[in-house]
Design a binder for this molecule. Structure first.
Ligand SMILES: [Zn+2]
Ligand SMILES: [Zn+2]
Length: 248
């Protein structure tokens, strides 16, 4: 499978990248994780004739703002949107006039599935959803696809569920909203050092950082120096960049 990081910024788009979104592609379907403006790049990458599953961690705008562009994609099958645990009604409220096109008015149908009901949902892969620690309800995901574990643990403080989701992951995709030395658990974000601790404690085989807070990481060079601080704890820590690809 191929995993492409389409957006690595937190909060807003800048020259360093788009707001966060990750695309996972197999020969049978695509999985999209979060819908920052990075999602606009799926237009030329996704095979729209195959099923597409969009997993949302939470409803902060930098994770859903790209849904504003849904009209520009030609899904040939219903788009399955997995909403954060308990977040379906709030998402429907956001995806309606006058904020955007109504979620049920696109030329293709959208099917919303609350992450709390994933166990009852028939999907072509295994996925576990657990609540994380953030300023608003936030859901992390652990996918088991073609024998590989991919964990998507975004916008959270270090917590037990984050470690559980990332345990022995082949690829952990996680966040560092805060610059070294500035994290606090109330906002529910990590620094590169905390993210490195998560990677190490969960024994993740590969870990890539995304969701670099756009206000703190103004340049790629600043990102790079910050990620270096995490490498003291987890030497293989990867600095995410838009369009970076992983083959698992
Ligand atoms: Zn965010
Ligand atoms: Zn957030």
């Amino acid at each position: 499978m191929k995993i492409t990081v389409l957006g690595t910024n937190g909060w807003f788009d800048t020259d360093t990248g788009s707001t966060n979104c990750v695309l996972l592609q197999t020969s049978d379907y695509s999985v999209i994780m979060d819908a920052g403006f990075g999602i606009t790049k799926i237009k030329t990458r996704v095979d729209f004739s195959k099923p597409v599953y969009l997993f949302l961690t939470h409803l902060h705008l930098d994770h859903v703002i790209g849904l504003h562009a849904l009209d520009y994609f030609n899904f040939e099958q219903p788009l399955r949107v997995i909403t954060p645990i308990g977040g379906t009604d709030d998402l429907k409220d956001l995806l309606r006039s006058p904020f955007s096109a109504a979620w049920d008015s696109h030329v293709y149908p959208i099917e919303m599935i609350d992450a709390k009901n994933l166990e009852k949902t028939n999907l072509p892969f295994k996925v576990e959803a657990l609540p994380l620690v953030h300023a608003v309800p936030d859901t992390g995901y652990r996918f088991e696809i073609d024998g590989k574990i991919i964990a998507f643990v975004i916008d959270t403080a270090y917590c037990e569920n984050a470690v559980k989701l990332a345990k022995n992951a082949d690829l952990l995709i996680t966040e560092c909203g805060f610059y070294p030395g500035t994290a606090n658990t109330v906002s529910g974000h990590m620094t590169p050092e905390t993210a490195a601790k998560l990677a190490s404690d969960s024994n993740a085989k590969q870990t890539v950082l995304i969701h670099f807070g756009a206000n703190a990481f103004e340049t790629i060079d600043k990102r790079s120096r910050a990620v270096d601080t995490g490498r003291k704890v987890y030497p293989e820590l990867i600095m995410g960049l838009d369009n970076m690809e992983f083959i698992l």
